[in-house]
Design a protein. Structure first.
Lengths: 349, 314
């Protein structure tokens, strides 16, 4: 078999593959739910209900989507330039680390000054962390997939060391956990009485900002050019390495905001389980969004919905929550295939 | 001086060889995939699936070697999935690989929860026992270190030899290497690049799963979440470190494992009392990155690695 590009894509050609991909995902999830002895229809209903069925559920989904928007943006920005940042998890913790180091009493500032400063420094920390793999790539040709992945392990051990050492909360009953943030360092709620903090607002603003950078700025153009064809970009006079470094800085900074927002908006302190893999899930979010920053917002809501819904479904129907991860992995693999089949047809021979 | 004592002890080298075994198998598997031109980031998840599948098979009553076979079959099916998406369809190897890792990991955890819903601590199996090779294991020093290992370790070392011979001494190996260097030339010979690459990824994934199975069936006798713990990613680094050659990759794996065994022992020394244990745990990862920096300059990357091949496109 081989693939043949389709010049004029008809509407069914554009719509059917993604729809089939999603349907197959649902069918597979239903089958797995049946294996667990549950009624597949009730399982899917419970997931939807748990994710979007009540005000509480919706707020929970929005809260869960917030870090995913940041990590999704971080991955989308990097992947667009074919810079494979798999280290959003570490950069997230870098942002969280800065937030607890400076937000627990070192700086006694009013909220309006402290929060922006924490956010900016968190961004810098994440950017610096990703700068190392970026420089190793541009200077020494070291593959960034491996280095960013290994950095996740190194940085988590580093955080663990700090939480059992200098950052350990003396009032923490021996748990490896940092002191709590000052009230001034906590992100306020967006609407009084609703459990949704300003991290979500910041995430939406970031998505808008990334979209503008990508579509309206020279850097955005250069990042796309480098991603499409490095050699051609270099030939056209684009400083490829410099663009890659800038991409890395932006990507690392965005991922760090996830850590800032989780600590300042939700947890109030730093523990080793701050992120249940938000950095890795960001890759799925970015891919489902076709690397488009506005798409990242919707993909993050979808992914967060599946996680939140699966949590509540698991409690009600007794199906393991890992069903959510399986659904996402299946959706991811089928969607990349579907996107290909929107533009190519399979020919024999 | 404590380091010197550790380095001279037989138990240290025996541990290093044991720790190296799953890395050798995983690295060989990745090396086969990459030699054919496909980066397989599914390795981490495939090792998890192999670790579970082999252990579960033995727990449900099959023999140990059947368990290894089951693990390989599971790994090969994930490899087949990976290769269908990346080879004929030419999808991004990064995305598909990470997707396969997620699918294999979550699928494994799901299966574990379904198979053992009630247990709090996973059951144990009768794992592979060390087998002392007659005469060789009596050599002082290296005997107990090298020749009193479990059968899967001997298999791992043997497979390095086999893969080397196949890659460099057979037409099949030539075809695999050419598929990773110059696929158009392979196609011009009338061979199918698609078939060669898919085969390499599938077989390589079987090796990775065997590496995972080593953890549950040789190193330990039970399955835990997070037990692979980044070993798959280390294997990817080891392939680069070994310049895509099985022998050098073996050397890298043993070096890495020796370092890992050393840091575990260093934690017990007087130095370990002053330095946080996390520093020791970080060392192998930092070492991997440093090794990559040193090796990447003269790395002989397969020319067509990560380049999809579509017949008719020239």
């Amino acid at each position: 078999m081989r693939l043949e590009a389709i010049e004029d894509q008809t509407w069914p050609r554009r719509l059917l593959p993604p729809l089939i991909a999603l349907s197959v995902t649902v069918v597979i999830a239903s089958g797995l739910a049946m294996l667990a002895g549950a009624n597949p229809f009730s399982v899917l209903g419970l997931i939807l209900q748990g994710a979007f069925g009540s005000q509480f559920a919706i707020l929970e989904t929005l809260n869960r989507a917030t870090p995913l928007i940041f990590t999704g943006l971080a991955v989308a920005v990097a992947f667009r330039a074919k810079f494979w940042n798999i280290g959003a998890e570490a950069q997230l913790y870098a942002g969280a680390l800065v937030t607890v180091v400076l937000g627990t009493g070192v700086l006694q500032w009013p909220s309006l000054a402290l929060l922006p400063l924490l956010a900016v420094l968190a961004v810098l920390a994440g950017a610096c962390l990703l700068l190392v793999p970026a420089v190793l790539k541009t200077r020494f040709g070291v593959d960034e997939v491996v280095t960013t992945l290994l950095f996740n392990f190194i940085f988590l051990l580093f955080i663990s060391m700090l939480l059992e050492g200098p950052l350990k909360d003396p009032m923490g009953m021996g748990w490896p956990k940092s002191a709590r943030l000052l009230p001034e360092a906590r992100l306020p709620r967006m609407v009084d009485g609703l459990r949704l903090h300003w991290g979500f607002g910041l995430a939406l603003i970031s998505a808008g900002a990334v979209w503008i950078i990508q579509s309206r700025s020279t850097l955005g153009y250069e990042m796309r050019a480098v991603g499409l064809n490095k050699n051609a970009a270099a030939f056209a006079g684009i400083p490829v390495n410099r663009v890659l470094i800038k991409t890395a800085l932006l990507s690392g900074g965005l991922a760090a905001l996830a850590g800032f927002s989780e600590v300042a908006g939700v947890k109030g302190s730093l523990t080793l389980d701050l992120s249940p893999g938000f950095g890795y899930t960001g890759i799925i979010v970015a891919m489902l969004a076709l690397l488009h920053p506005i798409g990242v917002v919707f993909a993050a809501l979808f992914v967060a919905g599946i996680f939140v819904g699966a949590d509540s479904m698991s409690r009600a129907a007794g199906v393991p929550t890992y069903l959510a991860d399986i659904m996402l992995a299946t959706a991811l693999l089928l969607m990349v295939l579907a996107i290909l089949l929107m533009r190519f047809r399979i020919v024999r021979g | 001086m404590e380091i010197f004592e550790i380095l001279m002890s037989v138990s240290f080298w025996a541990a290093a060889i044991r720790i190296a075994s799953p890395l050798i198998l995983g690295t060989l598997g990745e090396l086969i995939c990459e030699r054919a031109g496909v980066l397989n980031l599914g390795i981490e998840g495939i090792m998890v699936s192999g670790a579970f599948a082999g252990w579960m098979a033995v727990y449900s009553g099959t023999g140990l070697w059947t368990g290894v076979g089951v693990a390989m079959c599971v790994g090969m099916s994930f490899g087949l999935l990976h290769s269908v998406l990346t080879v004929p369809f030419g999808l991004s190897q990064h995305v598909v690989g990470l997707g396969v890792t997620l699918l294999a990991t979550s699928g494994t955890y799901y299966a574990y929860r379904l198979a053992l819903p009630e247990v709090t601590s996973p059951p144990k199996i009768e794992a592979f026992q060390p087998f002392e090779i007659p005469f060789l294991s009596d050599i002082p020093g290296i005997g107990p270190a090298l020749f009193s290992q479990t059968p899967l370790t001997y298999l791992a070392f043997g497979l390095v030899l086999v893969v080397s011979l196949v890659l460099y001494r057979t037409p099949l190996g030539l075809a695999v290497r050419a598929a990773g260097e110059n696929p158009a030339a392979v196609a011009a010979q009338g061979l199918s690049v698609t078939a060669i690459r898919m085969g390499a990824v599938t077989v390589g994934s079987g090796f990775m799963a065997m590496g995972g199975a080593f953890l549950t069936m040789s190193a330990f006798d039970s399955f835990f979440f997070e037990m692979v713990n980044g070993r798959g990613w280390i294997c990817i680094a080891l392939v680069v470190f070994g310049s895509w050659r099985p022998g050098k990759a073996l050397l890298g794996a043993v070096l890495f494992a020796a370092f890992d065994a050393l840091q575990i022992r260093m934690q017990q020394t007087s130095l370990g009392a002053d330095v946080p244990y996390q520093i020791f745990l970080m060392m192998p990862y930092i070492l991997s990155i440093l090794a990559l920096v040193v090796m990447s300059r003269r790395a002989e990357v397969p020319a067509a690695l990560m380049v999809p091949f579509n017949k008719g496109e020239r």
